[in-house]
Structures are given as structure tokens and as C-alpha cells.
Design a protein around this ligand. Structure first.
Ligand SMILES: O=C(O)CCC(=O)C(=O)O
Ligand SMILES: [Fe+2]
Length: 233
């Protein structure tokens, strides 16, 4: 599926002193630089935020090797979360990797990181070379179509005012849908193996996203979602 918004562009943030505008402008500058290196990249207007989909961030061989590495080297877990007064296992497996001092509170769980493997540190460093700096990574393993992730935004307090998220997809392409929080806007992106999706901070404030379950027989997918987690008191 061609991303909705194909051949449209993210809007230039208005001039002004607000922190959000400055962060959005920096995101747009960095994503333009990345587009020069990856000309097939597509901007995804998630107004007032912006997404950039780099479909060929990793080669097929690199993506396959990284997926095999993640499956073998990470400690995967399927924690229980409380929903409407009952405990349910999350419908996927996940693993949290990061710098030693980072903790992430997520759906009532306190996550302590696994150490960076050299392979994952290399991916993190490659993102940093493009100006996108992260200190942690939440990996999701969707074993088949019955695994998914419901509507949410990545806007926990420790992600700060401008939560830029980088998502690398490996394996089975899955659809990431977006819906506007206070409006009728909808977008959907099919994320191919080896792709990188970057989203600016404003996206998390104004949109929610999900990976819907599917009745189709689907192969496994891993998403690596890089984040910068600030320490809060
Ligand atoms: O798997 C994806 O592409 C989305 C994952 C996600 O939204 C998350 O980890 O917060
Ligand atoms: Fe998310």
C-alpha cells in the first residue's frame, strides 16, 4: 500500500519560539538530510507532526541477520497488564534494551534494560550518525497475525516533551495505523522489512497508532522502537 499522503509533504512549522516548533523544525531538517541519502524516502504528514519512512534503511540480508540476532540474543517476555480490572498477557512478546541507568514505566510495569548487544549498538549508532540519538530500545515480537498492539501514543512522561521514535521493521510487513486524537484524520503505513520510520514529537501528542491483529496467516515480525528516555524524579 502506498502511504496515504504520498507526494504530500510535512508542513513547515510556523515561525515562533515555542519549544515544539523548534523541535519540529529540527526533525524536518534532519529528515531532509536523510532523504538526500535515501531518495526513496517518503514524508508522511501527521500534522502538526511529521513522519519519514525510509523503506530501504537496511538491505534484505541485513534485516534477516538482525531479526535472527534479536530472536536468539534478546530475553523476550510476555508480561501481564491490567485491563478493566483483569490481568491479561500482552498480545506479543517484548524486550527492553538500553543504557544501564534507564528505567521505563509502561502500562504499570517498571522495565529495567538488557545491555546493548554489539549488533544493536551498531544500529543505534547508525541512527545517531543521522542526528537521531536514543538511549533505549523497546523491541516487539509479533509471532503471527494474532499478535498486535492496540491504540496508544508513546507519550509517557519520561519520553520528554518531544518524543521522537525510530521504528525499524524486520520480517513480515505489518500495517501501522494512525488516528488523530481530536479529529477524523487517519493514515496507514505498511512497514516493509528493513524499513525505518521516524516520527516527530508532535505525532505522539496529536495522533495515536496501532498494529491491528489480522485473521490472515502471517509470518513473524519484529519492530525495534528506539526512544530517548529521560530520568525523572
Ligand atoms: O510495531 C510497531 O511498528 C509499533 C510498535 C509501537 O507502537 C510501540 O512499541 O510503541
Ligand atoms: Fe507505539
Amino acid at each position: 500500500m502506498v502511504p496515504a499522503g504520498h507526494q504530500r509533504h510535512c508542513v513547515e512549522p510556523d515561525h515562533g519560539a515555542s519549544e515544539e516548533r523548534l523541535d519540529e523544525r529540527r526533525f524536518l531538517d534532519l529528515s531532509r538530510q536523510l532523504t538526500r541519502r535515501f531518495p526513496r524516502s517518503v514524508q508522511v504528514p501527521l500534522t502538526p507532526g511529521c513522519g519519514l519512512l525510509v523503506t530501504d534503511w537496511l538491505s534484505d540480508t541485513e534485516a534477516e541477520a538482525l531479526m535472527a540476532h534479536c530472536l536468539a540474543a534478546l530475553h523476550w517476555d510476555q508480561p501481564q497488564v491490567r485491563l478493566f480490572g483483569r490481568e491479561y498477557p500482552i498480545p506479543r512478546r517484548h524486550a527492553f534494551v538500553g543504557d544501564p541507568d534507564v528505567t521505563y514505566r509502561w502500562s504499570g510495569l517498571e522495565q529495567h534494560p538488557q545491555v546493548w548487544t554489539p549488533e544493536l549498538a551498531e544500529v543505534r549508532d547508525r541512527l545517531a550518525e543521522s542526528g537521531f540519538t536514543f538511549n533505549s530500545l523497546l523491541a516487539n515480537h509479533y509471532r503471527n497475525g494474532a499478535d498486535g498492539m492496540g491504540w496508544h501514543a508513546d507519550n509517557e512522561r519520561e519520553l520528554g516533551a518531544s518524543p521522537v521514535v525510530a521504528t525499524i521493521s524486520l520480517g513480515q510487513p505489518r500495517r501501522l495505523s494512525f488516528r488523530e486524537r481530536h479529529g477524523a484524520g487517519r493514515q496507514a503505513l505498511d512497514l516493509p522489512s528493513g524499513s525505518l520510520l521516524l516520527t516527530s514529537g508532535a505525532v505522539q501528542h496529536h495522533w495515536q497508532h496501532q498494529v491491528a491483529k489480522s485473521r490472515r496467516l502471517l509470518d513473524p515480525r519484529i519492530s525495534l522502537t528506539f526512544r530517548y528516555i529521560h530520568s525523572i524524579g
